[in-house]
Design a protein around this ligand. Sequence first.
Ligand code: URP
Ligand code: ZN
Ligand code: ZN
Ligand code: ZN
Length: 515
Amino acid sequence: SNEQFCYAETGSSPPGCCISLSSSKILIKGGTVVNAHHQEVADVYVDNGLIVEVKPNIKVSDDVTVIDATGKFVMPGGIDPHTHLAMEFMGTETIDDFFSGQAAALAGGTTMHIDFVIPVNGSLSLGYEAYVEKAKKACMDYGFHMAITKWDEKVASEMDIMVKEKGVNSFKFFLAYKGSLMINDELLLEGLKKCKSLGALAMVHAENGDAVFEGQKRMIELGITGPEGHALSRPPVLEAEATARAIRLAGFVNTPLYVVHVMSIDAMEEVARARKSGQRVVGEPVVSGLVLDDSGLWDPDFNVAAKYVMSPPIRATGHGKGLQAALSMGTLQLVGTDHCTFNSTQKAFGMHDFRKIPNGVNGIEERMHLVWDTMVASGQISVTDYVRLTSTECARIFNIYPKKGAILPGSDADIIILNPNSSFEITSRSHHSRSDTNVYEGRIGKGKVEVTIAGGRIVWENNELKVELGSGKFIKTPPFSYLFEGLDKSDASYISSLRAPVKRFNDNPSYNSQQ
Ligand code: URP
Ligand code: ZN
Ligand code: ZN
Ligand code: ZN
């Protein structure tokens, strides 16, 4: 990394660096302030961690730090709905923990993330305690989702505690990773019912894990042991099948569903179809799926190819463009990263067998920039849409809006200043992740986050991070978000829809082409 990290509390800062943390009073002058609903040229006044005022020509006293944002966009800090920091997975642990991963996030304009707590031997409370411990290093705000990996009365009652006492309002079900995180349909149904009763959002990793297992066996039998075997063993059809199945089961239970990392057009179309029919389904593409294609997996250099291994796999050319279009049309609603980094030493565990390559790619630092470059700079979405997709919609879905996701008086002072005209190159030499590789290596694009303010403090400015170990706060996410509004009413009409008129075979013109 080129820049210095300044560890304000550990005393390891270089002399003269971070002598005092920035003043708690900040005035951002003359920028275009963008919210999901509106944009205007205005000043933003921050005091004591909160946004106090948003209007033109705010006058302040001398003790206020003034930042000139003329010609730039002043926006809510990014919220990444999907990360794995310090996650124990596939026999190792992600190289980015709550400190390095969050420092990287802040350098890229993301000021909050929601990480997935993994239960310990199925126990939610043990998993929760473990993640509370990991997150003591936090230097920015964060929330928790929680995975459900087994089912019994204890798990069910722990879900109550998580929602009612611990501030967790979302649970992830893995339909893949057979033998470790995967659950079956019976458990998924129990989980969906429980989520519905708690007003918690069910999230799903949608790939058919049994079929993936079969696909992997086939590849090994064919002698395909390299990283390309990973993609070949779990094609889009297996993602589409699991997406469709999870959507239908959520529809059967009549509870909202959030599909994480939608990686293929096939899966996206299942989300589109459900939304068209009125079902409450959220689809989350991740940056890797939007901007990369699978060609890297065929790189003759194992170290290059292995870094692209994630699940579901990065797809063939065309899927990314399709997902971008779905995002711009509103079929998909927000962008995550699935930041889950392993360095080349860890990736090399699978040198002779792709099944042993730890799954995951980086993105927490690159998301804000890449979504800008790919979606806004290319003319596919507006700047207000950008704020919605990178911040506001996440805050709404996880029920923390407008504390997060808005530049409004009273909102947390998590703010970025983005220069739309500044281009730069992504490289592992300058990124802030601890990984020695970057799946976006060499990409040059527009839209640089020049200033990040988190919790009312300037933490990123002039390419320098000033992050404070332990300064990040856990943000409780309350249940019954807007996705649950009116659901009790639709339960009644749902019961009657179960006895919908039979659609006769002969009524479908496509079966009557012979006449
Ligand atoms: O490859 C991935 N996606 N690793 C992280 C775990 C998950 O499935 O989200
Ligand atoms: Zn410094
Ligand atoms: Zn997943
Ligand atoms: Zn993930």
